[in-house]
Ligand binder design. Structure first.
Ligand code: G3P
Length: 217
């Protein structure tokens, strides 16, 4: 499973990219606003740090304007992936962009039927928001399972499932158990994946016992 980092914070991206665990980046208008940076400048910097797909979301709501924005965004770098919302205008723009060879990440997906439409529109990625479904006591990971089941029935549906709105490491575990293609993960959650108290305890014990030997490597 690929790990994308879900942020527009370039310092976080640089730090995590150095681990070799970052296969791509997803941003959205809220994350860009949180960064306080110019959209085009921060995207250019992110694309220079991470060679994998970098999602940049359009802010227009009609297909024609989405395509105009997409043209400006794809000019930034070759690894820019255009993010469009799961609306009929977003699906129309997705179809046109996909036919032009542009990678599209269809976002704000909350149902299997929406995911089916995005795949039929040629999306490279579908972003089901598991955390926001959980937030209203719906079954976020259940949606991932349904999408995976549907996509697996049809060879023609090549859209990658990009699990988004990830809240904690269990979402990452469950996404991998279900065979999702990508999880886009907030920096704090990505870092937490390596943490376990028994690892810390075991390492401390190893080092304490080693110190007693008086040796060094
Ligand atoms: O990539 C989508 C993600 O940023 C949404 O996460 O926490 O706003 O539901 P959240």
């Amino acid at each position: 499973m690929k790990f994308f980092v879900d942020t527009a914070d370039i310092d976080e991206i640089r730090d995590l990219a150095a681990t070799g665990m970052v296969d791509g980046v997803t941003t959205n208008p809220s994350l860009v606003a949180k960064s306080g940076r110019n959209f085009f400048e921060v995207l250019e910097e992110i694309c220079s740090v991470v060679p994998g797909p970098v999602s940049a979301e359009v802010t227009a709501t009609d297909a024609e304007a989405m395509l105009a924005e997409a043209q400006k965004l794809t000019a930034i770098a070759k690894n820019i992936t255009i993010k469009v919302p799961l609306t009929w205008d977003g699906l129309k723009a997705c179809r046109t962009l996909a036919d032009q060879g542009t990678m599209v990440n269809v976002t704000l997906c909350f149902s299997p039927n929406q995911a089916l439409l995005a795949a039929k529109a040629g999306a490279a990625f579908i972003s089901p928001f598991v955390g926001r479904l959980d937030d209203i006591t719906h079954d976020g990971m259940g949606l991932i399972e349904e999408i995976k089941t549907i996509y697996d029935h049809y060879d023609a549906l090549t859209t990658q499932i990009l699990v988004a709105s990830v809240r904690h490491p269990l979402h990452v575990r469950d996404a991998a158990l279900l065979g999702a293609d990508v999880a886009t993960v907030p920096p704090n959650v990505l870092r937490a994946l390596a943490n376990h108290p028994l690892t810390d305890k075991g390492l401390a014990a190893f080092l304490k016992d080693w110190e007693k030997t008086g040796q060094s490597i």
